[in-house]
Design a protein around this ligand. Structure first.
Ligand SMILES: Nc1ncnc2c1ncn2[C@@H]1O[C@H](COP(=O)(O)OP(=O)(O)O)[C@@H](O)[C@H]1O
Ligand SMILES: Cc1cn([C@H]2C[C@H](O)[C@@H](COP(=O)(O)O)O2)c(=O)[nH]c1=O
Length: 224
């Protein structure tokens, strides 16, 4: 039986690497697949992993219809055994519904990869729909770590090095090294970056830089 599987983890937990490994393993056994992505850090139409793997992929725009695409391909004689879908948190709920229909009606496996929650700890619409519909959810085994050493469970966004909890849900970027993107007001340039944190440090807005600054701050002078 075909399955809709959702592989999830924080940023930098190895999802794109696993997406490309999954494609490699299935293709090596003669299965025919299609690879999709949307808004990869490296630009349109590529899946890139921080381990250096990269692969061409079809870019999924907001209007892309998975069901029509697959049916059209099959009608024209193509064979499709599986779909690999990266950055699936950015897909629309309707697109996730289309993927589930492809699994059920056409017996094609779908392997979807993406983060669950945004920098405000709220579910992305595509990830929420995957949680609702997936046959299986798999949390990545490689643990990204918070600066304190605990397992990182949340993604924090920083602007010019300072953690923020307001702004647009989608700002493509990377962990640590600052990506220069346009500020949310549209009129200011800010360096947006991401950092993975444990829940406690996300709640306290304690990034690695702030924790270091706090620990280096001089003791307050004794009263009097
Ligand atoms: N220089 C490195 N040496 C070994 N492993 C690395 C290196 N750089 C990145 N990685 C691994 O790659 C993972 C990130 O993989 P990637 O597929 O890009 O993540 P994701 O798609 O989840 O953001 C890191 O968690 C780490 O395990
Ligand atoms: C938390 C968060 C992330 N993003 C963006 C940043 C990256 O471009 C992707 C995640 O990619 P990865 O392969 O998992 O590292 O999502 C965002 O737009 N909004 C957020 O809140």
């Amino acid at each position: 039986m075909a399955e809709l599987q959702f592989f999830t983890g924080t940023m930098d937990s190895g999802k794109s690497t696993l997406a490309l490994q999954t494609n490699h393993n299935h293709a090596a056994r003669g299965r025919a697949g299609r690879i999709f992505v949307t808004r990869d850090r490296a630009g349109a139409g590529r899946i890139t992993s921080r381990l250096g793997l990269t692969h061409d992929a079809a870019e999924v725009g907001p209007e892309f219809d998975f069901w029509s695409y697959v049916v059209s391909e099959l009608t024209h004689g193509a064979r499709i055994d599986y779909l690999v879908c990266d950055e699936a948190q950015f897909y629309t709920p309707e697109q996730i519904d289309g993927l589930a229909k492809i699994v059920d009606e056409l017996q094609i496996d779908v392997f979807a990869f993406g983060i669950l929650t945004d920098f405000r700890t709220q579910l992305f619409p595509g990830a929420a729909r995957l949680v609702e519909l997936a046959d299986r959810m798999n949390v990545l085994q490689v643990e990204a770590l918070c600066w304190c050493g605990k397992r990182a469970t949340h993604n924090a966004r920083t602007e010019n090095g300072v953690m923020v909890v307001e702004g647009d849900q989608v700002v493509v970027g990377d962990v640590e090294q600052g990506e220069h993107v346009h500020g949310r007001g549209g009129d200011a340039d800010v360096d947006v970056a991401y950092e993975v944190l444990c829940r406690q440090h996300h709640r306290r807005r304690l990034t690695a830089a702030r924790a270091k600054a706090v620990s280096l701050a001089p003791e307050p002078l004794p009263f009097g």
